[in-house]
Design a protein around this ligand. Sequence first.
Ligand SMILES: Cc1cc2nc3c(=O)[nH]c(=O)nc-3n(C[C@H](O)[C@H](O)[C@H](O)COP(=O)(O)OP(=O)(O)OC[C@H]3O[C@@H](n4cnc5c(N)ncnc54)[C@H](O)[C@@H]3O)c2cc1C
Length: 430
Amino acid sequence: MRRVSSWGRLSAFAHEVIELGDRSKVAGELARGRPGIAHGLGRSYGDACLNPDGVLWRTAGLDRFIRFDESSGRLVCEAGVVLRDIQHLVLPRGWGLPVLPGTQFVTVGGAIANDVHGKNHHETGTFGDHVRSLRLLRTDGQEIVCGPDLRPDWFAATVGGLGLTGLIVEAELQLRQVPGPWLDAETIAYSGLDEFFRLSEESHPAWEHAVSWIDCTSSDAVRGLFMRAQPVAGEHGTWRERRRAIPLVPPVSLVNRLTLKPLNRLYWTMNKRQLGRRIAHYEPFLFPLDGVRDWNRLYGPAGFYQYQCVVPRDAGSAPIREMLGAIARSGDGSVLAVLKTFGDRWPTGLLSFARPGVTLALDFQNRAGVEILFERLDAIVAAAGGRLYPAKDARMPRSMFEAGYPRLGEFLDYRDPGMSSAMSRRLMGS
Ligand SMILES: Cc1cc2nc3c(=O)[nH]c(=O)nc-3n(C[C@H](O)[C@H](O)[C@H](O)COP(=O)(O)OP(=O)(O)OC[C@H]3O[C@@H](n4cnc5c(N)ncnc54)[C@H](O)[C@@H]3O)c2cc1C
């Protein structure tokens, strides 16, 4: 038994960790009759990848590239391959992953099971939109190969299926051509949500990547930094990764009600220096947090929650305004609050999160009383017809999940009874 946490470090329960490494042995391992759940790199913030006191099948050892066709950009690999390794392999050959979340330390299996999105959702949709086929192993020994054109019902259940339809052992991905690692990037300071929406509108589809940082301590006159970028050809110097690290867990959260305002002010001041246009390497631009290893330790021994919601665009700006007001008044919040609009595309997965609308994501120190704020935010999201992102969640009530994911009933028919996580028990009862 080994203690395992997810990214939010809210708990560290013991798990029976089984390392998967040899593809031919996975079926035998799953058939041993103990319910469990797949675990990639544990970059989910909450309990989607946890199964306290039970089995965790760690997939990081399923890390082989199987086939890459340079002329078509089709890549077949095992499900434990890390997105960063794919990028480093294919970029020098003129290809790239069409969807990259805010960290590249994510496995292919994890990216499919949460149907992750990137800063270019308006252009490329979600990860599942680029999976041509996948191989799923069930705990009863069945192997199911599915894709958008092959057993599409299984595909729709597995993409965004939170690891609950079986274990994905390999996938075929369609990459897309990219001119290189450089981006033509621009940072614009904005004030007020109307300006944020105007910038978003103007940037879609003209700019491939668009995202904004928002100062969550500023309620009425919301201020933020809008960042957008486009791939650009040519040589623009060299970029060398310099990863700093948080060496230990501080005894208390360094992000707290006292430090929140000064930290947001500091972020604003430092990043305002980058206003305007520049050439940026895609790694620091798309994954700014990857530059600090173990940054999740900053929240101290009690860990932290992330709250990410999406609300439909036709609800207007009122729900976002209300949420930001409630957050600012509460005195809780984070230094990295992200606000962005999703494109007008519905995802493949029955339980996929991203949908047309506006998404807000913030971290919150785990402290007594923060639940009251979450309940207030839940009420705003629910009233607007929105939903929360399971990849980030550790606490949403089951009623909120059921209301936000109306295709849950269809999904349940595809569940593997031998797959169970702390999240599935919390949100689906088993
Ligand atoms: C700093 C940071 C930034 C992030 N930014 C974004 C973002 O911009 N957009 C976004 O969408 N997400 C984002 N995320 C969330 C992250 O992309 C997802 O949680 C992702 O699923 C994590 O992948 P993982 O390999 O660590 O999987 P885990 O977190 O270990 O598992 C995630 C889920 O996938 C399942 N799973 C894993 N492997 C398999 C498999 N082989 N077969 C079946 N199921 C499997 C697990 O059971 C679990 O349900 C971010 C996370 C961090 C830490």
